[in-house]
Design a protein around this ligand. Sequence first.
Ligand SMILES: O=C(O)c1ccccc1N[C@@H]1O[C@H](COP(=O)(O)O)[C@@H](O)[C@H]1O
Length: 203
Amino acid sequence: MAKIKICGLKREEDILYANALKPDYVGFVFAKSTRQIDMDTAKELISKLDKSIKTVGVFLNHSVYEVNKIEKFCNLDILQFHGEEPPEFCHSYEKEVWKAFRIKDENSLKALEAYKIDGCLLDTFVKGAHGGTGKIFNWEMIANISKNKFIILAGGLTPDNVEDAIKIVKPQIVDVSSGVEVEGTKNFEKMKKLIEKVRGCNE
Ligand SMILES: O=C(O)c1ccccc1N[C@@H]1O[C@H](COP(=O)(O)O)[C@@H](O)[C@H]1O
């Protein structure tokens, strides 16, 4: 049943790939990153995106003002907060909110309880980095978590490991960025393989 988010689209080709392969969600990174996109380009790309695909804006310690400005300008469906945004910050939006938690050990999950959010995005803790690292964490550590939470599993997922990840964690959504890239750009064959693998698990 896992749905698919492909994150970090920034070229027109990426939109064509998405329109052909139809992941459930695509992500636009407004955080400082090699995948960062400005709001004008994001709006232009979103206008060319198949309407069945939901759009996720990835923010990292932005101000409420910046989030609102970008969210309204681009008409994003979902807000993903990938930094140290506190619960009150995440609770102040009317749109669907996903909050990222970077997993280091069992204690990393304690923070979740204070948040009343639509989705808990679990990504790998990497010192000095916030996301898009291409690193996996120990999925066994959270194997029992998804029973009562809406889990978006991220961190180093690839066409080769995504089936194992789904078997162990049973997330509602898998979120992939580096794992479908070649030399820093999205790759059609890798996106296709990833989507086939995930949809194969759902049959
Ligand atoms: O993708 C980025 O560059 C990025 C930068 C800052 C915060 C979040 C970012 N992306 C998110 O990182 C995870 C995992 O990515 P990967 O598959 O390990 O490369 C995913 O949730 C992206 O939305």
